[in-house]
Design a protein around this ligand. Structure first.
Ligand code: NAD
Length: 233
């Protein structure tokens, strides 16, 4: 049976992606700093861990991966944080927090998983449209997601000889709990050319597609923008 390691499964797109892989019969090793919000499946292996800390992450992941069969077929790096910052407001603590979760976290999880991955497996990293175009008030978040886009390219090259592909997804507006809480989603939808925001489940479908080497086997090092034509790069 196939196994996916998915981070950020406590909420939003990570949770939707875990649900999709579980529905399709995969084992899911679900990683989040929060407790399981209620996902239920005998194929689910919940790991409460902080992606910023490689040692404790590896220690927590190892038994879960073993319990799931000892081999990983897909990794989805979805955990992320997006507090607003500008040159005027940012602090060093903001910088460490945003880059540690969004950038170091991707590296830690990928490094922890690669020893369990064979040819034909895949990594999918979550960037953002903010990594390609400037989003006002997202100084450090945008920079962190640009780093994810470049890390995706570098890791694709580093891991190609093992037959492991590494791609990214750069979502635009998605109907996640965090975005819903801003109360700005309806207004945002009006400015999106296709007239709506994305659903977390449709972004999860792209993780599924990119992790499928029979369909996406020649896609490597790419970050796909999914924004309803809101952002062109
Ligand atoms: N929501 C959007 O519209 C949007 C758009 C573009 C990109 N993104 C990116 O997509 C990803 C998912 O976004 P979302 O809106 O679904 O997020 P969310 O806030 O709903 O969920 C993020 C999850 O990551 C977990 N997390 C945070 N820090 C962690 C850590 N240190 N270790 C382990 N887990 C941690 C949180 O507990 C949470 O469950 C993020 O990387 C985000 O930057 C989101």
């Amino acid at each position: 049976m196939n196994t996916a390691v998915i981070t950020g499964t406590g909420s939003g797109m990570g949770r939707a992606t875990a649900e999709l892989y579980l529905d399709r019969g995969w084992n899911v090793v679900a990683v989040d700093i929060s407790e399981n919000p209620g996902l239920q499946s005998e194929k689910l292996h919940w790991v409460t861990a902080d992606v910023r800390n490689r040692d404790s992450l590896e220690a927590a992941l190892a038994p879960a991966i073993t319990a799931a069969g000892g081999q990983i077929d897909a990794v989805a790096n979805i955990a992320g944080v997006f507090p607003p910052t500008t040159l005027e407001t940012f602090t060093e603590a903001d910088f460490r927090f945003i880059f540690d979760v969004n950038v170091l976290g991707v590296l830690n999880v990928t490094a922890a998983c690669v020893p369990y991955m064979k040819a034909g497996s895949a990594v999918v990293n979550f960037a953002s449209v903010d990594g390609f175009t400037v989003s006002r008030g997202q100084l450090l978040y945008g920079a962190s997601k640009s780093a994810v886009i470049m890390i995706t390219k570098s890791l694709a090259l580093e891991l190609a000889h093992k037959g492991i592909r590494v791609n990214g997804i750069a979502p635009g507006w998605v109907a996640t709990p965090g975005n819903a809480a801003t109360g700005r989603m309806e207004e945002a939808a009006k400015s999106i050319p296709i007239g709506r925001v994305a659903q977390p489940s449709e972004i999860a479908e792209w993780v599924w597609l990119l992790s499928d080497s029979t369909k996406a086997g020649f896609v490597d090092g790419e970050t796909i923008v999914i924004s309803g034509a809101d952002v062109m790069r």
